[in-house]
Design a protein around this ligand. Structure first.
Ligand SMILES: [Cu+2]
Length: 195
């Protein structure tokens, strides 16, 4: 008898489901808000695509690892190789080590108005790097090399601050960035070359 009951149950359920979809009713106001929500999603996707393809705004894509405990033995982050270097093509590269409690070297001098590429590694724990009034900001995760290319529009003296809590001395973790005008940068470089 129980088999017979089941045979009757299935058609009933199927009918009930069909019935509910036949009578699906969306309130006009609800429909309007569905379109609003879909429109917003469209705006967000369009914004992401526009900034990605037209403005070249991308999340960091490269993952470069390094042994934080052996930075002093690596070529790039050995103490003698830190600091500001003008490369053959005229671009400026800054190599920094973030360690409790400072960014080394403690003072750097760079030109305004041209892209500067920073390469930063942590020697110990998680640090953050932030130069206020500019868009220079990144995390410095132990085991990884952080690469940032940015342009400092205005000459001046800026602090370079740690913005990830890294220990008791975190408040004092800062270094100095001196941004000079392109003219005095070029003049300074000519002097150095002339020596
Ligand atoms: Cu720090």
């Amino acid at each position: 008898m129980s088999n017979d009951d089941n045979q009757h149950d299935f058609p009933d359920e199927a009918h009930a489901l069909k019935g509910s979809s036949d009578h699906l009713h969306i309130d006009p106001l609800e429909k309007k808000w569905i379109y609003v929500a879909l429109g917003l999603i469209g705006v967000f996707v369009a914004t992401i695509l526009y900034t990605a393809f037209a403005k070249h705004v991308h999340p960091p894509g490269e993952m470069e690892t390094i042994d934080s405990a052996r930075l002093h033995l690596s070529e790039e982050f050995a103490e003698d190789n830190l600091g500001v270097v003008t490369q053959a093509d005229g671009s400026v590269k800054v190599t920094l080590v973030a360690a409790r409690y400072g960014f080394y070297p403690r003072e750097i001098r760079i030109p305004a108005g041209q892209p500067i590429t920073f390469r930063i590694a942590s020697a110990d724990v998680l640090h953050g790097i932030h130069v206020p009034m500019t868009n220079m900001a990144t995390m410095v995760v132990p085991g990884y090399v952080s690469t940032v290319t940015t342009t400092f529009p205005k000459p001046g003296e800026y602090p370079m601050l740690c913005n990830e809590y890294c220990g008791m001395g975190h408040d004092h973790m800062w270094s100095k960035v001196t941004v000079v005008s392109r003219e005095s940068w070029q003049a300074g470089n000519t002097q150095t070359q002339g020596r």
